[in-house]
Design a protein around this ligand. Sequence first.
Ligand SMILES: Cc1cc2nc3c(=O)[nH]c(=O)nc-3n(C[C@H](O)[C@H](O)[C@H](O)COP(=O)(O)OP(=O)(O)OC[C@H]3O[C@@H](n4cnc5c(N)ncnc54)[C@H](O)[C@@H]3O)c2cc1C
Ligand SMILES: *[C@@H]1O[C@H](CO)[C@@H](O)[C@H](O)[C@H]1NC(C)=O
Ligand SMILES: *[C@@H]1O[C@H](CO)[C@@H](O)[C@H](O)[C@H]1NC(C)=O
Ligand SMILES: *[C@@H]1O[C@H](CO)[C@@H](O)[C@H](O)[C@H]1NC(C)=O
Ligand SMILES: *[C@@H]1O[C@H](CO)[C@@H](O)[C@H](O)[C@H]1NC(C)=O
Ligand SMILES: *[C@@H]1O[C@H](CO)[C@@H](O)[C@H](O)[C@H]1NC(C)=O
Ligand SMILES: CC(=O)N[C@H]1CO[C@H](CO)[C@@H](O)[C@@H]1O
Length: 511
Amino acid sequence: MTMSLRNTVLAALSVVPTVHSAAHIPSVRSGNTAAPVLRARADCAGDPSCTCDVLQEALTGVNATVFPSDGAKYTDFEDENYSAACRLPAACFVNPKTAEEVSTVVKILSQQGTKFAIRSGGHNYIPGFGSIDGDGILVSLEALNSTELSADKTTAKIGPGNRWQAVYEALVPEGLIVVGGRVGPVGVGGLMLGGGLSYFATDRGLAFDNVKSYEIVLADGSIVTATADNSYSDLYKGLRGGATNFGIVTSYELYTFPVGEFYIDARSYSTNKTTEFLHAVAEYQQEGQLDSLSSISETGANILLLYSKPAQQPDAFSAFYDLGSYTPILPAFNGSFLNVLALTGAQFSTGDVRTYGETFTHEADGDMMVALYDIFQEEIANLPTGAAGVWVPNPIAASVATKGKQYGGNLLGLEEVPQQWYEWFITWTDSTQDESIWNISQQITQRCTAATKAKGVSLPYLFMNTAGKAQDVLDSYGAANVATIRKTAAKYDPTKVFQNLQNDGFLIRKI
Ligand SMILES: Cc1cc2nc3c(=O)[nH]c(=O)nc-3n(C[C@H](O)[C@H](O)[C@H](O)COP(=O)(O)OP(=O)(O)OC[C@H]3O[C@@H](n4cnc5c(N)ncnc54)[C@H](O)[C@@H]3O)c2cc1C
Ligand SMILES: *[C@@H]1O[C@H](CO)[C@@H](O)[C@H](O)[C@H]1NC(C)=O
Ligand SMILES: *[C@@H]1O[C@H](CO)[C@@H](O)[C@H](O)[C@H]1NC(C)=O
Ligand SMILES: *[C@@H]1O[C@H](CO)[C@@H](O)[C@H](O)[C@H]1NC(C)=O
Ligand SMILES: *[C@@H]1O[C@H](CO)[C@@H](O)[C@H](O)[C@H]1NC(C)=O
Ligand SMILES: *[C@@H]1O[C@H](CO)[C@@H](O)[C@H](O)[C@H]1NC(C)=O
Ligand SMILES: CC(=O)N[C@H]1CO[C@H](CO)[C@@H](O)[C@@H]1O
């Protein structure tokens, strides 16, 4: 690249001011100041590797690094994604280390019209969401990994590139915690955008119901802070459902709360008890879950009974105690939240495993749960050799919807009833099986959804964090919420950078 190209790039970048002030009028409304400079830019004419060079030049001397496909660390970056089916060969990886560097990256991608994908923890299962192949660039946020407590310790600013493990390791020794993921290795960035299911949902709603402010880089490169009551309050509200439709979030400021010891009871029930077990889950939803200190989570036959105070067999879990024999994973104990993470994190290996799953929702109903499990068993009997299925009901209390409303409202359109958010997934290793597994997955969702509709217990909501590639997640929030997301996207991204250049995602362009 020539010196004049470098100067042109740097000049272009310095023209657009970065905006920190919360009270500032959104710069997108005062016209895109970058536009005149665009004509003088180096024109990559859609060639992503040329854009990689432009990024490299612009970021020389700052902290971010661009990893070209022949670079030493390229493979490390490619391999970050959880599902091996999502480890795609981007034209290059760029890892900005500050919000300013993210802004530089967004301006260049926008100016060059180059396709891109955004990745935080890489745990999304859908190829092309947090990954992109050679026709685009992956913006990898893992260096935005700080966790900073406010001076009065009532909030923590958490970078999207964190894994929850690091967040909790920073907060729990202070006697504090935030509403976040249940498993240590999972990323912050994507989980927070989809809502975020934690062990505290019954008591405190979803993770994003507990955000005080978002710092986000918009399409024109401006860096804005959105809160419930500043001039970006519409953007703040939009981010409680609208996910990747507005920009790249560079920090989540979450309310903290005190945390002490938990009663931790991890056990597994024999598969020949599945019918009784699923009825116990439904019974827990009607009674035990009303005790908002309790939560249960499952992965296949393993279940974690968690109570957010020291206890001895709390009544909330009596539906499970009544089931009789089980195999303890560990004898029940009182322990810290970091003990909980050590237990759950160990359940998820990565290696070369490909993973894909989908979701659907219905009102709590034990018989329905058994019928759905039977459908799943029938379908996974058709899986090709080497593939396996895991069935994960997530019992959601009515209070999750209520708390969301109390904490400022979100755009998910949740109904205030006890409900099941299913999460099920398939693991395999042979890439030639990808298509047949995606097909079987869609078949499972279709059959299960039809069964819940036939019984009149279907709910429209689809949980973004566990949804499949063809599922209409935004549509499931209802027409009024879709209209809000559409309007907010049009206001903050009038040139449609995140609609048209973003590789894939739950985007408003699709509906
Ligand atoms: C083992 C495992 C355990 C899980 N446990 C939970 C759980 O307890 N609770 C729960 O709610 N979910 C859970 N999930 C689901 C999880 O929330 C999603 O996989 C989520 O997408 C992970 O976020 P990420 O940052 O790792 O993903 P990524 O794949 O990096 O990102 C997901 C999506 O968000 C976009 N994105 C990411 N960061 C940003 C950003 N900063 N700005 C704009 N767009 C961005 C990406 O482009 C992509 O479309 C789990 C998943 C796995 C595999
Ligand atoms: C590089 O990172 C350091 C530490 O985070 C920061 O102080 C410095 O300002 C960054 N440099 C640039 C040019 O962004
Ligand atoms: C955070 O990111 C920086 C830069 O990539 C890295 O050096 C550091 O090890 C990371 N910290 C954690 C806790 O992962
Ligand atoms: C169920 O499985 C358990 C353990 O695998 C076994 O001990 C028990 O005999 C089985 N019960 C029936 C009725 O098959
Ligand atoms: C946890 O601590 C409580 C209160 O000290 C105690 O009553 C209970 O027996 C303990 N539970 C376990 C499993 O040790
Ligand atoms: C998957 O489904 C599509 C659409 O129905 C079909 O065209 C394709 O042949 C299927 N592929 C496999 C491997 O089953
Ligand atoms: C984050 C993660 O799971 N990374 C893994 C991706 O896959 C490679 C190759 O199998 C592993 O080495 C990484 O640990």
